[in-house]
Structure formats: structure tokens, C-alpha cells
Ligand binder design. Sequence first.
Ligand code: BGP
Length: 482
Amino acid sequence: MDHLTIKPFPKDFLWGAATAAYQVEGAYLEDGKGLSVQDSKNHSTRFHDTSVTSDHYHRFEEDVALMKELGLTSYRLSISWTRIYPDGKNLNPQGIEFYRKLFATLLRHNIKPLVTLYHFDHPQALQDAYHGWYGEQMIDDFTTFARTCFKEFGDYVEYFMTICESNNVVLYPDLIGGVPAGIETEQWRFQVSRVMALANAQVIKCCREILPSAKIGPCIGYAIAYPATCDPKDVMAALNEDEFRTFYPLDLICLGRQNPTVVNYFAERGRDIRLTAEELELIKTAQPDFIAFNYYQSDVAKYCPENTVETQPEFNLEGKKGGYVYPQFPGLYAGSSNPYLERSDWDWEIDPIGLRLAFRKLYDRYQLPLMVTENGLGAYDYFENGQIKDDYRINYLQQHIMQMQLSISDGVQVLGYYPWSFMDLMSTSNGYNKRYGFVYVDRDDNDLKTLNRYKKESFYWYQKVVKSNGQYLQQPNKQELA
Ligand code: BGP
């Protein structure tokens, strides 16, 4: 739909940027912090580890000063569970102290924190004790952690997010500790999905009790699915992907209902995934204030007959186009590439219009305010003569912000926008080769170098966008976009 007039961004629009604790803080065993599943995992990969990352733990004052200079009105960060509860059970006051200092510094600069309670980094001790999110005990342990955060940080924080990308972590189990030996992947997926939905509800209830005026919501990763062709079988495959990957978990959390197609699919295969009436009731009484979603790319789905061999998706670890392994889910859908779109060196397909489609689909289905809590381009950046010319990133962000403005013009209520990432940080799948930040961090995977911060071209560009409340987009600087 074309618009005759484009609506401006709301006056109180949250112009942000995002990070996550284990990707940016470092200091992984300092001041009483315990090991998280991320700390354990990364020591055995070839890319990186969590010990130093971008050293934000020691340099947060300098980093917040840069946020202020960038003009951010909000900053999305996550709280490291193992700073607060190193072993998942015993409180560590030094962890509380760190976040209090960080929040106070942000507020001094008029930057509102948006806090993710869980971003992939639960205590290794809870993984060892009961397989982390596979165990029911996680609901209580996560609620205890969240209650402490509400009590200790409620004076500083107005916006909370419960669990980051509960829908994606079940697709990529290694992101959160993996599937325990002897358990089937699909069984693990639905148990984790269920436990996360119940934990989400429990935590929202707890937030309502302790901080009645705070706003809280879930966060999902949404890659909308296009049919590979207009063959109705492909159209059905795309609907399958949307329903199984995104709408099933979100319907559960936001509407307290289970998608019947998904329930039946598993029932036919001998798995009963129905929640009890009490569980659904709990969820219905703990509804979110908004939905946060992370959007990087769209997907393509094609028909995948039942007799196809199942394959799981695999990240492109090499940073050369063509390395991503598309999944095949027999009877549901198979992934495919999109010939109409450019892609990053890690095969993430660049699709600004897909963001508008995502806004429309989510807003129509749930009628809750939305915010984009991650969006950005992972790329090789080159630090030359003290400068980082990342016009490709400016181009990516500009196109997406313009589509967001069209969504606002469509009538969607959009609360805020948080590009990933404020500064360079350890990529979840690709270390420091793949960078997203407005601020360059002088290090690579094998050498910590100076860890000094440098502003990229995109920093100065976003600064103008924020300062003009998005109006600068309507008069783009051609040179920057060349
Ligand atoms: C999201 C995660 C982020 C971030 C991002 C980019 O799914 O929430 O933590 O890592 O993806 O992914 P990557 O770092 O693998 O490029």
C-alpha cells in the first residue's frame, strides 16, 4: 500500500541501540560472577571466548558517554544472570552493585534502560543440575532471579523484556547449552518452549506485583517466511514456517492458546504437546504490555514432502557467501535462498520490506505495541587511517528505518528501535570477524590489541537520525548512501 503522507515518528519514540551481557561485558569471572553456559561453550570454539569481549564491564562509563554523544534516548542491555546468582541459587551483591552503577550512569545521561532478563546465558550450575531450560525447576529459578532484578533495579528501569528469542533458541539448541544426551531434539524443543512460556508468565506476574507501573514483554526473532513460488504447496510451506516458528510460541505467550495445527502435527507423530488448563490459565492472566522483536532478514520456504531426509539449519561460520545450511523439516517446509535479495557474507538476506511485513503481521495478530529490539548488518569492517567507512551499514539501517516509518504510517504502534549493536561485540556465531556496532572496538579474535573505541561513519549518521527524530531520513545524504 502506498501512502499519500508519511507519518512522523512519535515524539517519545525510543531511539536506542542494543547489546547483550555475555557478548560485550567480559570480566567473566570477576567480582563473584559464576560461569554461564556461554562461558563454558565459547572456550571450546575457535572464534573467541567470553573472558574479555569488548571489556564493557571495566569501560562502561566511557561507553555510556559515547551513547550520550550518539544521542540515544534508550539502551537495550541484558543482565548477566551469573553476576547476580553465580550458581543460580546464592545472591552476589557485587553483581547488583555493577548494574546499579550502570543504570545510574545511563539515567544521569537521560538514557532509559531497556533490560533483557535472559539473553542466552543461564548459570552452568543449572545446566548441570537439570539441563537448564529443559528442567521445570528453571521456572522458579528464573523467577527468583527476575524478582531480585525487579526489587533491586526497579527504581531505574521502566522497560523489561523477559526472554530473548525463545523461538530461535529452540531452533538452534547449541545457543543455550544444547540438547542433553538421550533426549530427542523435537522433545527438547517443545519442553523448552513450554518451560519458557510458563517462566515468561510467572515473571510477568511477579513484575506486576513488585513494579505495577513497569512495562514488560517477550522478545522473539522474526524472519518472516515467503513461499518459494506461488505453487500452493509452497504457500502452505511458508504458512507452516510462520506458524511453527513464530506464531506458535507467540500465540501461547500473548494469547494463552496453542496453535491447533502444531498440536495436531505432533499428536500424529506420537507427541502430546498440550498444556494443562491451569498452565494456559496462568499464561492468560500474565499478558505482556508489548512485543519486542528482532529482525535481520526474511526466509524462503518450499514444499518438503514427508519422505524427505530431515536436516537442521546450520550457521555459516566462514563468512563466505554460500555456507549456510538450510533446514529440511519433512511434512512442513524446507528453507531456500531468495533470488530477489542481496545477502551478507554470512548469507543473511537483506530485506527492508520484510520488516514492514513483519510489523503488519504481528500488529494485526496481537494488537500490542511493538518495538524492534535488534536489526543490523553483520559485516567485515576495516579500520584505516583512524576511520571506519561503513556506508553499507548506513544503507541497511536507513532502508529499514524507512520501512518502519511506513509501518507507523500503516497504523502500527511502534514504541522504539534498537539497532544491533551499539558497539562491536562478540558475534554469537562469528566472533569479531563479523561486526555490527556504531562504535568500533580495536580487537580481533586472536589479539586483544588496545580495545580502544572509535566512532564509525554510521555513528555520525545515526546521530543525525536520532537528533532529527527520524526526519534526516527524508533528506538522505547521497554520499553516505552511495
Ligand atoms: C540474535 C541474538 C544476538 C546477536 C544477533 C546476531 O539472534 O539475539 O545476541 O548475536 O542475533 O547474530 P550473530 O552474532 O550470530 O551474527
